[in-house]
Design a protein around this ligand. Sequence first.
Ligand code: ADP
Ligand code: ZN
Ligand code: ZN
Length: 819
Amino acid sequence: MCCFIKYINVILPISVQNLFTYRITEAEASFLKKGMRVAVPFGKSKIYTALVEEIHETAPTKYEVKDIFQILDEEPIVTEKQLLFWKWIAEYYMCTLGEVFRTAVPTAFILESETIVFKNHSFTEESMLNDNEFLVFEALTNASQLTIQEISKIISKKNCLPIIKSLLKKEAIKVKEEIFEQYKPKLVKYVRLSEKWESNEKLGELLDSLNQRAHKQREIVLTFFQLKTSGKPITAKTLQEKSGTSSAILKTLVDKGVFEIYHIQTDRVSFQPEEKEKIKELTEAQAEAFEKIVDSYKEKDITLFQGVTSSGKTEVYAKLIQRVIDAGKQVLYLVPEIALTTQLIERLQLYFGDQMTVFHSKYSVNERVEAWNHVLNKTEKSKLVIGVRNAVFLPYDNLGLIIIDESHESSYKQSLKAPYFHGRDAGIVLAKLFHAKTLLGSATPSLESSYNVEQQKYGFVPLTTRYQNILLPEIELIDIKEKYRKKRMNGHFSDRLLKMMEEALEEKEQIIIFQNRRGYAPILECKTCGNIPNCPNCDVSLTFHKHRKELRCHYCNYVQAVPHNCVACGSRELDTKGFGTEQIEMELEKLFPNHKIGRMDSDTTRKKYGFHTIISKFKAQEIDILVGTQMLVKGLDFDNVTLVGVLNADTMLNFPDFRAHEKSFQLLTQVAGRSGRFKKRGKVAIQTFNPYHQILQQVSTNAYNLMYKEQLHERWIFKYPPFYRVIKLTFKHRDYQKVEAGANWFAQGLRNGFQENVLGPTIPPISRVRNEYIRTIIVKIPPKQGIKGTKKYIQKMKNTFQAVAEFRPIKFIIDVDAY
Ligand code: ADP
Ligand code: ZN
Ligand code: ZN
C-alpha cells in the first residue's frame, strides 16, 4: 500500500478567521493526536504554538504547505469535548478559534516568537539544567528579558520552544502574562522546630543545650513552646514580637539547627484540611428546596434557584455537590470575579478539602497550569472546580452539575477582549455537552432567567426565608432633597442616617456604607472660569484622588499631579464636584473620630492580597465602618453588620443603559442583604433625591415579582432582551473622520438588511478612550428573525468592510448579547 502524505489543521493563537494546514511526516502522523500542540513557522520568521484540530490527507490548494517544526506534547492537552465547546463559542460570539484558544488555555501553553521571557530570581538549582537550558538561563542573567525569537538565535536552533517549556516546568524562568501576574505572591515566613527537638519532652534538654547567658535565645524557645500549644503554624513575625527578640536571634537558632524556616504562599490555596467538616444539617426550608431541585431535574436540565440573601444557598449547593460527587461525577461551581473570596473557598474547603481545585484570574501562570493539569489528569482534586468564568474552559471529563452562583451578575460577561462570552450562558452550553444539569442561583435573578422560567424552559425553586428565620432587613428611604433644603445634611450624610449609625455603633455593631464611585471626587472645577481638567487621551474628566494628590483617568489610567492653579486662568480657587469613596472615608473620620474606618474599592484592593486583608480586618471587627463600592456586596457574610447605608441611589438609576433599573434593583437588594444576617434584623438606609422612584419602592418592599413584570413590559415595548436579541458593533480609530466614515458605511449596509432594527452609529457617552474615537451600532434581532442568518449577514459585511483599504485600520469589535 502506498503511503499517504498527512496534513494537520491547526488553530493559531491569533485572530485570523481560518485554520492553517501544515505537513507532517509519517512518524509524526503516527504520534500526533488532536488536541496536542505543535510549534509551527508562520509568516516570514515567526514561531507559534498551534493546536492540532484535525489530521487528514488533503493538501491545501491556496498556499504552499510548510512542515511543522516540532511536536510539543506527548498527550493531548485539550480534549475533543473542549474543541466542540470552543467551536460553539467562536460561532456564537462571532470570534475566531484562535481568540478562543488564547482565552481558554493558560498563557504558558502558548509560547510564540514575541513572548517575553524573564529569569525567575528565586530559582537557584542550576544543577538541574542541561546545557542548552543553562545557556538560556545565563543569557537571561545578562539581559533582563528576551523574546523567544532572540533566544532562538542564542542557541542557534530554529525551534527552542521545548527548551523554554522545560525551563518553565523547572520554574527557572517566567513568561509575561497579564497585569495580575506582576504582583509577586506573598510568601509568609513560618518557624518550626527541627525534627530533633520536636517533642515537648525535649524542651528541657534543648534549654540546657543553650548557653546559660543566651537569655534571648532561651526566651524565643520558651515563647515558641507557648505558641505551639495552639496547634497553629507560627509565623516568624509573631514569634519575634511575642518574645521581644530580633531576627538576628532567630537566625542564630536556625543556624544552630534548632529552628527551621519554611514559607507558605498565603494565597495559593493549599488544601490540607485540618479537620474536614460535615456538611451542615439543612433547615427544613433548605431541605425542602434541596428536594425540589433534585426533583426538578427529573424534567428539566436547568433550574433557577431563587433564595433570598442569607437563606443559606451555599449550604444547599454543598449538599448538591456532595450528591454529584458521590455519584462519581464532577461539579463546576462558577462565581463572578468579585465573589470569589477566601470566605467562600474556606467554607467549601471545610466540606470538600482535597477534592477541590480553585481557578482564579489572579492566580499566576503556574497556579493556572496546575489547575489545568489536575482537571486534565482527572486527579482527586478535580471533583469540584470552583472558579470564575474562565473555568468553563478547563478540560473536564465527566461533568454532572454546573452551579452558577449570583447568576444575575453582569461581571460574568467578558468585556475587554474577544471572545465576549457570557460565563452563565457558556456554562449552560457546556453542561449540555456533558448532559449535565445546571443550577442558576440568585436572590435577584436576571430578567432573562426569570423569563425562561415563565416560558417553562427552566425549573424553578424558591427559598424565601433567611437562615434562622431572621427577617429581611428593614429598608428606609431617606429623601435628601428635603434634607438639603432643611439644612439637615452633614457632608453627604443626612441627620437620619447619622442617628442610625450612632445607634449601631453604640451597640458595638458594624456598618457598611455603599458608594459606587471611587476616588475623592469625579470632577475638579475652577471656581473662576469653570474649567475642568480632562484626560488628554479620553473624553472624560479626571478623577481627583486627594490622598495621593493625583488626578487620575479611570479609563486609561493616565495620572497627573493635582495642579495648584487652574491651567486655563491661573486661579487658585479649585473646587470639587461629586463624591467618591475616598471623600466619604475622610468625612467619616471627622464624624466618628473614635471609630475605625476602612475603605474597600479597586484602589485599596489592587494588590493580590488587598481584598483579603480588608475583609479579614472587617470580619475581626478591627474596622467599625467600612466604606466601599460594589466590591463589598457580593456573597460576603459578616455576622455583626446591622446597618447598611447607601449614600446616593440616584446615579445608578439614571445610568444610560436599558438594564439600569434591573441592575439597580439587584445591586441595592444585594447591598441591603449584607445587613442583619445573624441574631437580629438589620436596617438599611437608602438616601435619594427621588424616594418615589418605582425601583426604590420595589427594593424597599422586596417586590421582585413586581419589578420583573414592570421591567419585562418595558423591554417588550422598547424591543430589548429577552424578546429581541442585541448585537453591538464598536468601531475605534485615532482618526475622527475615518471612524465616522467607516461606521456610517457599515450602518448603511446593515440597514439594507435589517431596516429599523439598526440603531446608530451612535456616539457613546465616553466618545474617546486612549486617543481613539468610538462609534457604536446596535443591531436588534426580532424574535422571529433567524439568529444564524443575521450573524452570517454581519460576518459578510465585516469581510467586505475589512477588504476596503480605507477601513481596514479601524478596530472593529462584535459583541453578541451585548448586555
Ligand atoms: P446566601 O448565600 O443565601 O446569602 P449563606 O449560604 O451565605 O446565604 O448563609 C448565610 C449564613 O447562614 C452563613 O453564615 C451560613 O453558614 C449560615 N447557615 C445557612 N444555613 C445553615 C445551616 N443549615 N446550618 C448552619 N448554618 C447555616
Ligand atoms: Zn480657571
Ligand atoms: Zn484617559
